[in-house]
Design a protein around this ligand. Structure first.
Ligand code: CA2
Length: 151
């Protein structure tokens, strides 16, 4: 069967990467990250679907789309990580590998960032590697998908 793409989904405010708060998130833009993810996926002979939204429902819809069209999900849900049972429930309905990703080490930040609804539905969690985490996440998502790994 032909390999389906890896969905790389980004939540609220991540469109501001590289423009605001560079002391926390660095100077790399989301477009740069998308280009890097494309390179990483291509090396693993995969495609990616790379998206960002500031709206919870859009992310839920894309997770549903990935149930039909994708082999794995990498998700940085932004602040929705800490609040969204809807994203948790949608991810639970996805049978392939899910990698939760955060640019920063959320456990060194405010306590409200320490809890994640996404982690309950994730295969693996990567945080604190900066934007390089996307590369690691896509590489590992491709590996897990190639192994036909389910959650
Ligand atoms: O570390 C991460 O990747 C986060 O998911 C980023 C979220 C934050 O709410 C999570 O706790 C951790 C925030 C993304 C907002 O990104 C911005 C980038 C530039 C300027 C302002 C916000």
């Amino acid at each position: 069967m032909t390999a389906k793409p890896i969905y790389v989904l980004n939540g609220p405010n991540l469109n501001l990467l590289g423009e605001r708060e560079p002391h926390i998130y660095g100077y790399t833009t989301l477009a740069d990250i998308e280009a890097n993810c494309n390179r990483t996926a291509a090396a693993a002979k995969r495609g990616i679907v790379f998206r960002q939204s500031n709206h919870e429902g859009a992310l839920v819809d894309w997770i549903h789309e990935a149930r039909r069209e994708g082999d794995a999900i990498v998700i940085n849900a932004g602040a929705l990580t800490h609040t969204s049972i809807a994203i948790h429930d949608a991810l639970k309905a996805f049978s392939g590998p899910v990698i939760e990703l955060h640019i920063t080490n959320v456990h060194r930040r405010e306590t409200f960032r320490h809890h994640s609804y996404i982690s309950f539905a994730a295969t693996a969690v990567i945080y604190g590697l900066g934007v390089e985490g996307y590369h690691v996440a896509v590489e590992q998502a491709a590996r897990l998908a190639a192994e036909d790994r389910v959650k």
